[in-house]
Design a protein around this ligand. Structure first.
Ligand SMILES: [Zn+2]
Length: 125
């Protein structure tokens, strides 16, 4: 299975993801967090992502129900991956951080309606 390299912008955080063929569950999301990040995301099973450097450079951000875990680099601020509330056995990954994948190459990417998935207010994926 192809192993791709991922990193934040400054390189403090590095990881690998295994993606077989096209990324799965490509999406954007309109929840109040994702609309600010604007990232194109995909899903990988939890054992297909391995942090190889900079685990302690990551900052965890949680909000609303505090179930989903959103990680970003404490130096450059880039969102690298998150643990979705709706699928806690997967990682949501930022396609723009993955070497060899072009986030602008995908057409007709669905926008998930994270804004209305919310139990407490408007937590998305
Ligand atoms: Zn960084």
């Amino acid at each position: 299975m192809p192993m791709l390299n991922g990193s934040c912008h400054c390189g403090a955080v590095q990881y690998t993801v295994e993606i077989d063929g096209e990324p799965e569950n490509l999406r954007r999301c309109n929840c109040s967090l994702c609309r600010r990040k604007g990232a194109l995301m995909a899903s990988v099973p939890e054992d297909k992502l391995t942090i190889t450097k900079g685990k302690d450079a990551l900052t965890l951000y949680q909000w609303n129900l505090k179930i989903a875990s959103h990680y970003f680099c404490s130096t450059c601020g880039i969102y690298t991956f998150h643990r979705p509330r709706s699928a806690p056995d997967t990682w949501g990954i930022n396609i723009g951080c993955i070497e060899g994948l072009d986030p602008f190459a995908y057409e007709d990417v669905p926008v998930r309606d994270g804004a209305s998935l919310s139990l407490a207010s408007d937590e998305g994926s």
